[in-house]
Design a protein. Sequence first.
Lengths: 534, 382
Amino acid sequence: MDLGVVDLSRLQFALTALYHFLFVPLTLGMSMMLFIMEGVYVMSGREIWKTITKFWATIFGINFVLGVATGLTMEFQFGTNWSYFSHYVGDIFGAPLAIEGLMAFFLEATFVGLMFFGWEKLSKGKHLLVTFLVALGTNLSALWILIANGWMQHPVGAAFNPQTMRMEVTNFEAVIFNPVAQAKFVHTVSAGYLIASAFVFGISSIYMLRRKWMPVARRSMTVAAAFGLLAALSTVVLGDESGYTLTDNQKMKLAAIEAAWTPEPAPASLTLFGLPDVKNRTTHLAVRVPWVLGVIATRSFDKPVASIYQLVAVAQTRITSGVQAYDAVEHLKRNPDDPAARAVFAEHGRDLGYGLLLKKYVADPRRADAALIEKTAWDTVPNVPLMFWSFRIMAFTGFFFIFLFGAAFLLTSLRRHDTRWLQWLGVIAIPLPWIAIELGWILAEIGRQPWAIDGVLPTALGASSLTRPELWTTIVGFTAIYGALAVVEVGLIIRTVKKGPYTADPEPDRPPLYPNPDAGPRRGFATPSALPAE
Amino acid sequence: MHIPLDYEILRVIWWGLLGVLLIGFTLTDGFDLGVATLLPFVARTDDERRMVINTIGATWEGNQAWFILGGGAIFAAWPFVYAIAFSSFYLAMFLILAALILRPVGFKYRSKRESKGWRTTWDWALFVGGFVPALVFGVAVGNVLQGIPFRLDDDLRSFYLGSFLGLFTPFTLLCGLLSVAMVVLHGAAWLAIKAEKGVVRERACRIGTLAGGAGIALFAAGWAFVRFGGLGYKIVGAVMPFAPSNPLHTLVAKTPGAWLDNFIAHPWMLIAPVLGFAGAAAAVLGIRARREFAAIAGSSASALGIIATVGLSMFPIILPSSLDEHSSLTVWNASSSHMTLFIMLIATILLLPVVLGYTFWVFKVLWGRVDTRTILASHDYY
């Protein structure tokens, strides 16, 4: 096994997945917002809402196609770059991906064309239904992808079959109703709604600050503020739900996020700040809030939160047991009916994955000595400082948006859209949710390391047997294409924003098209030349 | 859980569904690939090109869903095939993906700016997005028929020992060209139905006639190559349709000419190649007579026949290894578990009719020729 190949495969997956995940959350949220905006249009019958819907739909479209284009890579990358992973867990992992195609992607992809081209061909109600089906499709798509990902974090309902040398499904219901998957789904979808709200709110704020297209901007702000507040609240609350599920299923991830090296009596304290020190396995300058973590993580006052030292000790026992499972599988390869080997496998089979961790250092895990087993047990600790900081930045961003959208909701409800500090805050906040979601992805995936499938398949074993030149070719190729497309996409979105929702922008000295009774005195509006309206 | 269908039947059903997916992809996305390949040749001015793009503008995305679904369904039902085919054809797969990535953005971004350079660039991106995948898919099928140089170790990890350039042999290039001819014929038939009557449609019909003729010739040449070129593999050991999926227990040997054995043993299977030839001929005649429905029915039948010919000639083998007799993938050793095949079948029975239903409805709403005047008058079009 060439570790360079493994690292390059991981690099490519990280690049393509992080890139894909720039577009998908915006698609998730904006499709829902388009449905809300068009819903208002259909119910009120006012043309301005159609203008609003079509304007945001244009930007949605520019973003949507890049999500689709980069999704192609994701659908096939398990096979191209993670071929042993695909063999090992395809029996379970492939099913949600196939159902995603059948139930969700087909829906959004088939109706998205009609959403753009069907304005003249469909009645208002039917078009609204089409928009709804696009939104439904994108959200169902997230559900099935996260069921697949949730299974990687917490592999339920499956067992290893020595005859086929892979994991096979034993309980499909458990795979679908995996608590980790459910928590991840609601958290991720809420984050997508938040991103779309922040995006719409920010661009509307730019319009308000420049006093352009204000009828569209004000109404968009109102929708974004309300939708954003709900999204921010549920992202944070349901993120906490993800934290709760971690305690049962991914204790190590939680311990790493908290940099909890040593055990603490229940209920554990929450570390607000600190400097995790990996070398000495301790955290310097820790500022702790007593009780909070214990209460959040265990929903109790008496259950302890597992620490890194404790979990490494558990891993060490499981590796030792896994070596026996490995030995049993080697016997079963030659004689599937060997009764002794079957008995050993029945007892130790659940630790097989831990035995496989040793393959990073020795071809045959049975040759590992106690020192190597201890060293390998420490490999089960993910990158603690990265986990620690990613989580804190992500969570802080979440709380910031509760504040921002809380204020925005209050002010827009009071028809105080023209509050300058709020508009400036909205503009500055545009990139923040993207940072938070990418960090969320890093938390989920780096936090699972060294596993591809938690406790079942080490990442290093999952890669295809490729060569470094092949991997460099595709990494450079994808980077070049994706880089060029990112420049084009951002350019087109800026262009669309500058062009605005309609060309006939009322002159500043004429009465506006949609009079605004509560507009305050106008301050520092831009002259029409400041924004070329092509 | 009690599974009412036995493992052998489920495996055969999923082999059939694999064919349904490939055919679904070829019949829908096939004309998108064909139209994109034809774009620079049938349409010269910007107005003409916009008209051509808008014949597929609203539906290509849904059609491409067949490709995504194909990936997911192979993963779920044939994990060995998913793992081995895509990692073996690594750089070829990258070419296909890179070309297909250009398509969504090409459709959407082209119309966003007026400049000539911008639009010409995206026109060529669309051409690449149509031509390259069509060619490489064909080359890949040719390689499968020849046998792939991979082997499995006793952990069932696969190792590919071929090279990227090694994928291109006279036979595989012939298959690649056949695939291009097939989608170009299908795309031309689509333009005959969907494009406004005029110079673009005439050009498409002319190229379509040529593509149909080329397709017939290439399909015949491919048949001859298989017959006389010594291609073919056969299960020589025990056939175990109920055994757990493990290729190491199957013995598959290179047997020149064996790809035609099924047609000799079961002559009814010759319907497939006959459909391949007759469909293409009907499409050409339909195009010449400007009978659009005959043309598209013919090109669809031809594509269906050609794909079915490949599948039937290889059955029950799916991916033969040219290196190792104990590594080839067959219907009996490369599937998911009995339970997964059953659950996925239920999901397909429940969901596929719904998909077909709404796809049909969308095509119905968007029915009718695309004409330049409407496009120029509205902002909704590409």
